[in-house]
Ligand binder design. Structure first.
Ligand SMILES: *[C@@H]1O[C@H](CO)[C@@H](O)[C@H](O)[C@H]1NC(C)=O
Ligand SMILES: *[C@@H]1O[C@H](CO)[C@@H](O)[C@H](O)[C@H]1NC(C)=O
Length: 338
C-alpha cells in the first residue's frame, strides 16, 4: 500500500494555506474598485497591502510589478484589501472611529487585518488544482445596500464575533453584537472562490465569481460549470477594539447597540469587502502549489519571501483625501454620509 499512498501524493495537487497579517496602509475615502477616480469616495475605508493603492487602479496595470512596499508580512504581496471602518455613535449623536488591533497569534503588524488564502477548506483542496488570480483581477463581497437580516443571514461568509478575549473564535452572527464585547468585535469576510475563467472583473464586481462557501472555514461546495475554476479562498478578519466604548452610560437610551459602519449601517447587514490582486510574478501560484501552511510558507520553507515587522509597519501611502475622520476627536457626522 505504501507505493499507492506515495503515488497519490505525487499526483494530487498539494494542500497549502496562507494566513498572515497586513498592517494598515491607509484610512481614507478612496475606492478604486467601486468608485474609481472619485475623490473622495462615498465612505471611509481601511486599506492594507501594497503602496500602489490610489483612487484609480487600471486593471491593465500589474500592481505586483508596481508596488515598492507592502504592509503584508509576505513581501511579494502588493494586493490591496479593504473594508469599511467601524465607528461608535455616542448617546449625543457624535461619532468616533473605533481603533483596531492585529491578530494576537501573528507577529509583525501592529494593526490592520489578517488575510487568508486557503483552498477547499482550512487546509485541504479536495484534490483540485487551485489557480491563482491574474494581474488586474478584482472582486467584492457583500454590499453596503444589504439591509435585512434575512439577506445578511444568507451571506454565510460575512459574520461578526463578539470577542470575550483577544483569542475568541466562533459564535458568529450576521449582525453587530447587541451587548458590549470585552475585547472588541471581529469582522469576518470570506470571498467567493469559483471563477468564470474569463473576466478579471464584472460590472457589479461579483458576477465573474461564484460563492460556494459554507461559512467559517468549512469545506466549500463544488464550483458550478458557469464558474469552473477554483481559486484561493480569500478571507479577512479585522479586530475592532471597542473596549473604550463599552461603558453603557455612553450607549443610546433605547437599548440599541451603538456601533456603525462608515456607510451609516448600524445593524451590520451591509458589511462588505474589496479585493484587488497584486502578488508579484508567480508567487501566489507557487504558494498554492506548495504544501506549506501559514507562516511556514516564509523563511522556514523559502516558498515565499518575508520582511521585517519594521518594514511592514512603516509602509504607507500619503492621503489623497485629507479630512477629519474622527480618529482622535468626536465628529458630528460620518465623512461623506448625510
Ligand atoms: C493618486 O491620485 C491622485 C488623484 O487621482 C493624484 O493627485 C496623486 O498624485 C496620486 N498619488 C500617488 C501617490 O500617485
Ligand atoms: C484596546 O483598547 C484598550 C482601551 O483603549 C486598551 O487598553 C487595550 O490595550 C486595547 N487592546 C488591544 C488588544 O490593543
Amino acid at each position: 500500500m505504501k507505493w499507492l499512498a506515495l503515488g497519490l501524493a505525487l499526483v494530487a495537487p498539494s494542500e497549502a494555506g496562507l494566513r498572515f497579517g497586513c498592517a494598515t496602509l491607509s484610512v481614507q475615502r478612496l475606492d478604486p474598485l467601486v468608485e474609481p477616480g472619485q475623490v473622495p469616495s462615498g465612505h471611509v475605508h481601511q486599506i492594507v497591502g501594497g503602496n500602489y493603492f490610489n483612487a484609480t487602479m487600471d486593471p491593465s496595470i500589474d500592481v505586483g510589478e508596481k508596488g515598492t512596499c507592502t504592509t503584508c508580512s509576505f513581501s511579494e504581496d502588493f494586493s490591496n484589501y479593504w473594508t469599511a471602518v467601524l465607528y461608535f455613535k455616542r448617546r449625543d449623536g457624535m461619532y468616533k472611529r473605533v481603533p483596531q488591533y492585529a491578530n494576537a497569534q501573528l507577529e509583525g503588524a501592529t494593526k490592520g487585518m489578517t488575510i487568508y488564502y486557503t483552498q477547499l477548506d482550512f487546509n485541504g483542496n479536495g484534490n483540485e488544482k487551485i489557480t491563482s488570480f491574474k494581474p488586474g483581477f478584482r472582486m467584492t463581497v457583500g454590499s453596503p445596500l444589504t439591509n435585512s437580516k434575512e439577506q445578511a443571514t444568507k451571506n454565510v461568509g460575512l459574520r461578526y464575533t463578539c470577542l470575550q478575549t483577544i483569542l475568541t473564535r466562533g459564535a458568529e452572527t450576521p449582525d453587530f453584537p447587541k451587548a458590549p464585547c470585552p475585547a472588541g468585535i471581529m469582522a469576518i469576510h470570506h470571498f467567493p472562490a469559483c471563477w468564470d475563467g474569463k473576466n478579471l472583473d464584472s460590472p457589479n464586481h461579483q458576477d465573474h465569481m461564484f460563492d460556494t462557501t459554507k461559512g467559517g472555514f468549512r469545506v466549500a461546495g463544488p464550483c458550478p460549470s458557469t464558474h469552473p475554476v477554483r481559486m484561493p479562498q480569500v478571507a479577512y478578519e479585522t479586530m475592532w477594539n471597542t473596549t473604550q466604548f463599552n461603558d453603557k452610560s455612553m450607549w443610546p437610551t433605547d437599548g440599541s447597540q451603538p456601533f456603525v459602519w462608515s456607510t451609516g449601517d448600524g445593524k451590520g447587514y451591509g458589511t462588505h469587502g474589496d479585493y484587488l490582486f497584486g502578488w508579484k510574478g508567480d508567487s501566489l501560484q507557487r504558494a498554492m502549489d506548495s504544501t506549506c501552511m501559514f507562516s511556514a510558507c516564509g523563511a522556514k520553507t523559502g516558498v515565499l519571501k518575508t520582511q521585517s515587522a519594521a518594514a511592514q509597519n512603516s509602509c504607507a501611502v500619503k492621503n489623497t483625501v485629507v479630512e477629519d475622520i474622527g480618529e482622535d476627536d468626536w465628529i458630528p457626522a460620518l465623512p461623506g454620509v448625510h
